[in-house]
Design a protein around this ligand. Structure first.
Ligand code: ATP
Ligand code: MG
Length: 351
């Protein structure tokens, strides 16, 4: 990629990397679907961009506000950042921070709420989906305002780019509207962020082969699973339901075993994968043999991740330190942004 595409100039004329904001709600341990869907991309982007990685704990309250949920957050946050570092997110390159520890975000969200109409938020296509998934009949004020809070997260650190899946593009549209509206009304404060839509990555199916892999469906293989757990899950995977005997011709397309092989086989494994596909179609290889091979491929992929996790697990105080420092750094950014916001709005009474 050409430098010009990723670097901008600071006010002092220095070359600066463009900023990215990305993150997740801390709802539990991450799985292979998260890896192909977002983590892989984040690891790839961290060299070219200045990355802010938000652990969006306040966002979990939009659908899970009960104490039985909030009391899990601390452990979930630890599990999640361990997942980040294990897959190769480098704490030395980006800033990992906890949303709720930055009160300025809430203040900015409150201000942005004044620039956003209720019907605009009610029209969000994601609102209905989230309510359906969370089995909610009526949205809370907080859930309706989710895209406003997300806008505050993004603009607080003045992100230029936000990697989002296609389903999230509508959220970023609101963010852009708020940024433009703010700039027009009070003066240029915010860069208008752009969506960075990763190349079309289809959702990884779950081990049940029916739905996408997801935490709540019990059909996932976690990045933190042991090799025994991986093997057990793979051996009980759904394959081609029409195939009863090993010498029946089998279907490769849409078969999750082969989808995983395609996603996780290394270059040097690809010849063997092609051979198995060919044999499977002709009924020359049994499910058990292919599954054993898949378990090996997945464990080869997960081994370095496990190794890094073990290193970080040995040093819980280091993980705490990284999170504390990241949060401090993000908060400094937030304070600066909010100061400018108040100045632009003439709310800086005592300055
Ligand atoms: P839950 O079951 O609680 O909804 P989940 O496993 O579906 O959890 P989310 O937290 O909803 O995970 O997903 C966060 C992001 O991770 C998604 O926006 C998407 O980018 C990515 N992701 C999740 N599951 C998959 C998957 N199966 N394949 C590819 N990407 C995925
Ligand atoms: Mg989900």
């Amino acid at each position: 990629m050409a430098d010009g595409e990723i670097a901008g100039k600071s006010k002092e004329g220095k070359n600066m990397k463009k900023r990215i904001l990305t993150g997740d709600r801390p709802t539990g341990k991450l799985h292979l679907g998260h890896y192909v869907g977002s983590l892989k991309n984040r690891v790839a982007l961290q060299d070219q961009y200045e990355t802010f990685l938000i652990v969006a704990d306040l966002h979990t309250l939009t659908t899970k506000p009960e104490k039985k949920d909030t009391e899990k957050l601390e452990q979930n946050i630890r599990d999640q950042v361990l997942d980040y570092f294990s897959v190769g997110i480098d704490p030395g390159k980006g800033t990992v921070y906890i949303q709720s520890q930055i009160p300025e975000v809430a203040e900015l969200a409150l201000i942005f709420g004044m620039l956003t109409t209720v019907p605009r938020l009610e029209r969000m296509p994601t609102l209905k989906e989230v309510m359906r998934d969370a089995e909610l009949k009526i949205p809370s004020y907080g859930l309706l305002g989710y895209p406003v809070l997300q806008s505050a997260d993004i603009m607080m650190v003045r992100a230029d780019l936000v990697p989002v899946g296609k389903d999230q593009v509508s959220h970023l549209e609101i963010t852009k509207e708020i940024a433009r509206d703010f700039n027009r009304t009070y003066g240029e404060v915010f860069p208008v962020p752009e969506a960075l839509i990763p190349e079309d990555i289809p959702l990884l199916p779950g081990t049940d082969g029916v739905r996408k892999m997801s935490k709540s469906a019990g059909n996932d293989i976690k990045l933190s699973n042991s090799s025994e757990e991986v093997e057990k899950k793979v051996m009980s995977m759904y394959t081609d339901p029409k195939r009863i005997h090993a010498d029946d011709p089998g279907t490769v397309e849409g078969n999750p075993v082969f989808i995983y092989l395609d996603a996780f086989a290394t270059e040097s494994d690809k010849i063997q994968v092609t051979r198995y596909k060919d044999q499977y179609r002709k009924g020359q290889v049994g499910d058990i043999e292919v599954k054993k091979y898949l378990a090996k491929i997945l464990n080869n992929f997960l081994d370095p991740i496990r190794k890094r996790r073990a290193e970080f697990e040995k040093q819980p105080e280091l993980v705490d330190k990284i999170l504390k420092e990241g949060t401090q750094k993000a908060r400094e950014e937030a304070k600066k942004t909010l100061e400018e916001v108040k100045k632009a709005m003439k709310l800086d009474y005592f300055d």
